[in-house]
Ligand binder design. Sequence first.
Ligand SMILES: [Zn+2]
Length: 139
Amino acid sequence: METLTQIAGEDQKLKQLLSIYQAHQASQENKTSDHEELSAKYKRLVGVLKKYKEDAKSMETKITEIETQFSRLEQITEELASAVGACPNCWGQAWSCQFCHGKGKPGTYDVDRENFEQYIVPLFKKQAWAIEMVQKVTH
Ligand SMILES: [Zn+2]
């Protein structure tokens, strides 16, 4: 089977047309391979973005859970502080505390009776040594 080059032979016009045609073919092949390469990169990028989006959503859920837990712990800490008359911010342990300047240790402020009953009274019901200790201190 004759090739196009053989058919063109020494005909300059045909050789010129053939080289233009071959250059065009080559550029079409490059376009196809470029397109396939870009398409593969795009698919990989979409995959990475989907994974990133899932990770971000999962992270957001965890942050919300941690914020909820932190908020609950903060509330308990404040209730406990009021049950023993301590600074709700630092319990008298931080000189940099804007509220008490490190002077709000337990017994400093008025006790919240409701929180005292909720958190402290059950201790005295089950731990006899606690009552004895209080009696020694108060007598
Ligand atoms: Zn404080």
